[in-house]
Design a protein around this ligand. Structure first.
Ligand code: RAM
Length: 354
């Protein structure tokens, strides 16, 4: 596996997207759920062969496809006998519970989860742990009581500060801004927003920037598009939008690109270069940020293997090898950082393929 500049990550993501679409078709009558097999065989680890299952926030999200591409590569390299992907089609608070319960029944050794809500998944994860599963949170944390460790993309405060710096630059340091987020319960977005609000209130550089609204597109393309449209109608003086979600920023860019606000209302946040490229090229977006999502899944798989092997327990100071990304150390609060974040603009966006 190669990272960041790699064409292989992009191809892997495309394959994952195809597989996901196929799974969705197969499960269309199955109550809004889907699963995608990988590795040699599914099922319990009772024969001594370890199994890992990834439960993302939702399956129909291009970001998720890239994360899971890295996750499946990591699972294979780390030596799991099988890896699976299961998950809901929407990111609502309790949509992952039935999937966790099914993994507990199957005796899955490691569950890797991006939590849609920090607490709604708690009781189900506790049952899984009692049954012997190791729990790795990634992308969006659970309440720390419910997992062994959390693999975080980048330090949460840094994610917040980058987005504020970008919007401030793009609106000339003053004016009204809004945030268009994912779901109202998403742990990751809420933490970034909390740090943004604290910084806006305390940093004199931002004294002339006013956050006038926070809206939620639920990581649904259509709802995000409509929320963007609604913001511009409700706040005619709006100077900029921060969207800390790949789904939200792409939908907002699509709205702005054909509206009278194109090039006048700034848009930044967290986006996939492959989705944002046309909007950078057509002048809708100047600069945005993200990390390499594949690395998140890759490191999570190796963390799961180290937990399942008993090499680490998830406590601060524990270290493990994450394949070609090298040694990782568990920091305060059981958090493993992946990073680094990258900023994408017209000069460098063609160097990235994910
Ligand atoms: C969306 C999801 C995900 C987040 C990225 C930046 O795809 O909300 O959890 O990490 O955006």
């Amino acid at each position: 596996m190669r990272f960041i500049h790699s064409g292989s990550t992009g191809r892997r993501a495309a394959l994952a997207a195809l597989a996901t679409s196929a799974a969705l078709v197969l499960s269309a009558c199955g109550g809004g759920a889907a699963s995608e097999g990988g590795g040699s065989e599914g099922g319990s680890g009772s024969d001594g062969e370890q199994t890992i299952t990834f439960i993302p926030k939702q399956l129909n999200n291009p970001y998720t496809d890239v994360v899971l591409g890295g996750g499946e590569d990591g699972a294979t390299e780390a030596g799991f006998a099988s890896s699976e992907v299961v998950g809901p089609l929407d990111a609502s608070a309790s949509s992952q519970v039935s999937f966790i319960n099914a993994e507990t029944q199957r005796g899955t050794n490691v569950i890797v989860i991006a939590a849609n809500d920090p607490d709604a998944v708690g009781p189900a994860l506790e049952e899984a742990r009692t049954a012997g599963s190791k729990i790795v949170a990634f992308d969006s944390d659970t309440n720390p009581d419910y997992r062994d460790l959390f693999v975080s993309q980048v330090d949460a405060k840094d994610v917040a500060l980058i987005q504020l710096e970008l919007i401030s630059e793009q609106i000339g340091g003053e004016g009204e801004i809004a945030i268009l987020s994912a779901t109202a319960n998403a742990t990751n977005q809420n933490e970034w927003i909390k740090f943004m609000e604290e910084e806006l209130a305390s940093n004199p550089d931002y004294a002339n920037i006013e956050l006038v609204a926070k809206v939620y597109g639920d990581d649904d393309d259509t709802k995000s598009f409509q929320e963007a449209q609604g913001l511009l109608q409700a706040y005619p003086d709006l100077k900029g939008i921060i969207s800390p979600t790949t789904v939200g920023i792409a939908a907002t860019a699509r709205y702005l690109s054909t509206s009278e606000y194109k090039g006048k209302v700034a848009l930044t946040g967290l986006g996939l270069p492959n989705e944002m490229r046309p909007f950078v090229k057509d002048g809708t977006v100047t600069e945005f940020a993200l990390w390499d999502p594949a690395q998140l899944g890759y490191v999570a798989a190796f963390a799961g293997k180290a937990l399942a092997d008993g090499d680490i327990t998830g406590k601060t100071g524990d270290t493990f090898e994450a394949g070609e990304l090298g040694e990782r150390e568990i920091g305060e609060g059981g958090v493993v950082l992946v990073g680094p974040p990258t900023q994408f603009n017209a000069e460098n966006i063609d160097d990235y393929d994910f």
